[in-house]
Design a protein around this ligand. Structure first.
Ligand SMILES: Nc1ncnc2c1ncn2[C@@H]1O[C@H](COP(=O)(O)OP(=O)(O)O)[C@@H](O)[C@H]1O
Ligand SMILES: [Mg+2]
Length: 254
């Protein structure tokens, strides 16, 4: 099992979209059921990319607090990706779950194995932006941290903080790899192209060669509750995501 934590310092960069769509792309490559996704973000939106409609109750947060099996929370989507949603929880349940994560730093990693997800080839974990107990848990059990960036000054400015955080993480877990990917790239935007060039210069092979372009089919696919690969298989974003998924796998197995 390869575990990829999808992370960023800023919100709205496309972590959840990238998690869902890279997972769907990998499922095409590796086969139905070979890929799983875990939603570690209280926003609870990852499952919506796989056609699982709004739900009350259920999900990993409530199951964890009630000490019941995550296996019962797995949603096997028709897109070959199995999803464990965060769940729609009360404020009290969320606080109790976060307290549990504070006191048991390896909780998510242990649940991954206990839930049967260990049989998956790849598991992607979606996280909320910035440092949090969720980010700590995800990076504790991940093989790779995939940092999603926009090609703009705002995302660029977060790289030093991200690198410092990754360096600290490396002291605890030297085996943790990290990789950056640009999302929502506009090929006509000169400043954006400069940002990508400078980041590639500094981070060299830690930047995924392919970028994900800005493409309205990403937002439309979510509105139809499908991965982009299913909603618009011939779109720019779908091709980009396939390339990113393949390059990510090549990097991980190096
Ligand atoms: N490549 C893309 N092209 C166009 N829109 C995108 C792209 N990636 C993400 N988006 C849109 O950007 C918004 C934020 O994406 P989301 O995945 O929720 O970000 P995050 O999880 O980092 O907060 C959503 O409306 C999503 O549809
Ligand atoms: Mg998100």
């Amino acid at each position: 099992m390869i575990v990829i934590a999808v992370i960023s310092m800023k919100g709205g960069v496309g972590k959840t979209s990238a998690t869902a769509n890279i997972a769907a792309s990998l499922a095409k490559l590796l086969g139905n059921g070979a890929v799983g996704v875990i939603d570690l973000d209280p926003q609870n939106s990852l499952h919506l990319h796989f056609g699982q409609s709004f739900q009350v109750g259920g999900g990993l947060a409530a199951a964890s607090v009630m000490d019941t099996d995550w296996a019962d929370e797995i949603y096997c989507s028709e897109y070959g990706v199995d999803c464990v949603p965060y769940g729609d929880v009360t404020e009290q349940e969320r606080e109790a779950f976060e307290e549990l994560l504070e006191t048991q730093p390896e909780f998510i990693g242990k649940q991954l194995y206990a839930s049967g997800f260990a049989q998956k080839r790849v598991v992607l974990i979606d996280t909320p932006p910035g440092p949090s107990v969720y980010l700590r848990q995800a990076s504790q059990c991940a093989d790779v941290a995939l940092v999603v960036l926009l090609a703009d000054g705002g995302s660029y400015a977060t790289i030093p903080a991200m690198e410092t955080w990754l360096e600290e993480m490396h002291i605890k877990r030297p085996e943790l790899k990290s990789m950056y990917v640009f999302n929502q790239v506009d090929g006509m935007n000169a400043l954006g192209q400069d940002v990508i060039e400078v980041v590639r210069l500094h981070l060299t092979s830690r930047v995924v060669r392919s970028v994900i372009h800005v493409d309205e089919s990403v937002a439309e696919a979510l509105a139809f509750q499908k991965p982009v690969a299913a909603y618009a298989p011939h779109s720019q974003a779908s091709h980009d995501i396939d390339h990113v998924a393949k390059q990510l796998m090549q990097y991980v197995v190096q």
